[in-house]
Design a protein around this ligand. Structure first.
Ligand SMILES: Cc1ncc(COP(=O)(O)O)c(C=O)c1O
Length: 396
């Protein structure tokens, strides 16, 4: 049997796979244009306004309000929906901490609704049992770029009078039954942090179809001012969360690349799935039937070979990394995060419930490739598959 690289064997791969970020003359030109305009802030500038309009149109929303990051976009979205101390917000546990901490930072309590085991996305069937008289909103996460079941979520939200904030931090260009995500619920939020499919180092966006919410999002992002008001006219309390013109200039150039990059990743994801599924123990993560576009931010898959004598997923990940393949061991369910739990306790919220599907995903099954893998060529993916095959044959 071939020796694993982790045990001193020859690694399958030594060259990096895929490039991220991708930039060229367009980005340089846009950044120089922002610089030379001498207007580097969005108040008098044109780039942020143009980005808001273009990104909103791209995602099928009437309004876009840019901000500093996806975390604050979530807090502002909740604030604009009049959610605050004592209110409960339903969130999935298998996500980045910001989905829940954004609620806590404005005094609202996250309540966890487990994910579907097959899709890793919030299971709308869990919503009824989690709702109390204090529940005000649900935050479905389009995890890894796969839209959550927006039919089930909108139905459940309608039944219980809940507002819906879509956490689309990872899901630029994704769509549910032909409708781009981010404009299906009341507000949709996006991140432009370095690893995301649309990247300016940092940045965020809030989308809505509702004129009043648009005004509130704008105002909270803009120190409580009102559109058309005086500079020192603050009609409510807010934050300064404005994006700079440089970020928007870069994002406008990056947006031109996004459709082709997304198509490339979609094609690569299909190729990878087809090849990986031939390896015993490797099982795909299901994409819900209603997903008509996936951003393929991350490529999650299940390693079930441990049950039949193969490596544990954590050992698998270490061995694969030694073979030269970047791999993560999925997300850590945030219902167990001690900082979150302590704050929930301090605010008098209910102790977070167990979420067995998320816990099993983390403890036993899920591994994920970063987006850069899907930016590569078929030859790059063949190396990925060779390395997975090699590690899958190893015994625990
Ligand atoms: C699901 C999810 N929600 C929220 C965020 C927060 O975005 P940001 O890092 O821009 O604050 C991220 C990104 O890191 C994320 O992946």
């Amino acid at each position: 049997m071939t020796t694993l690289a982790i045990h001193g064997g020859t690694p399958v791969r030594t060259a990096p796979i895929g490039q991220w970020p991708v930039w060229g003359a367009e980005e340089e030109q846009m950044l120089l244009q922002a610089l030379r305009s001498g207007t580097w802030g969005s108040i008098d500038g044109t780039f942020v306004k143009q980005l808001e309009a273009e990104f909103a149109e791209f995602q099928g929303a009437r309004h876009g309000v840019a901000c500093v990051n996806g975390t604050m976009a979530l807090s502002v979205a909740l604030k604009a929906l009049d959610i605050g101390p004592g209110d409960e917000v339903l969130v999935p546990p298998y996500t980045f901490i910001a989905t829940a901490s954004a609620a806590l930072m404005i005094g609202a309590i996250p309540v966890f609704v487990d994910i579907d085991r097959e899709t890793l996305l919030i299971d709308p069937a869990g919503i009824d049992a989690a709702v109390t008289s204090r529940t005000k909103a649900v935050i479905p996460v389009h995890h890894g770029g796969s839209p959550a079941d927006m039919d089930g979520i909108m139905e459940a939200a309608g039944r219980h009078g809940l507002r819906v904030v879509e956490d689309a931090a990872q899901a630029h260009g994704a769509a549910w039954r032909g409708r781009p995500v981010g404009a299906i619920g009341d507000v949709g939020t996006f991140s432009f942090q370095s690893s995301k499919p649309l990247n300016a180092g940092e940045g965020g966006m809030m989308l809505t179809n509702d004129d009043e919410l648009d005004e509130l999002l704008w105002s909270y992002r803009n120190v409580g001012r009102r559109r058309g008001g005086e500079w020192y006219e603050h009609v409510r309390l807010g934050w300064n969360l404005r994006m700079t013109e440089f970020q928007a200039a870069l994002l406008l150039a990056q947006m031109r690349r996004l459709p082709a990059q997304q198509a490339h990743r979609t094609q690569n994801a299909a190729y990878l799935t087809e090849r990986l599924e031939q390896i015993p123990g490797v099982v795909r993560v299901k994409v819900p039937d209603g997903v008509t576009a996936h951003s393929w931010y991350t490529y999650h898959w299940r390693w079930l070979g441990h049950a039949t004598g193969g490596l544990h997923k954590m050992e698998f990940a270490r061995a694969l990394r030694a073979e030269g393949i970047p791999i993560h061991h999925g997300y850590v369910p945030i219902n167990h995060n001690e900082a979150l739990r302590a704050e929930i306790r301090r605010l008098g919220g209910a102790e977070p419930v167990a979420c067995p599907n998320a816990e099993r995903a983390d403890a036993e099954e899920i591994l994920d490739f970063p987006m850069s893998i899907l930016m590569g060529t078929h030859e790059d993916l063949d190396d990925v598959v060779r390395a997975v095959e090699k590690v899958a044959r190893a015994k625990a």
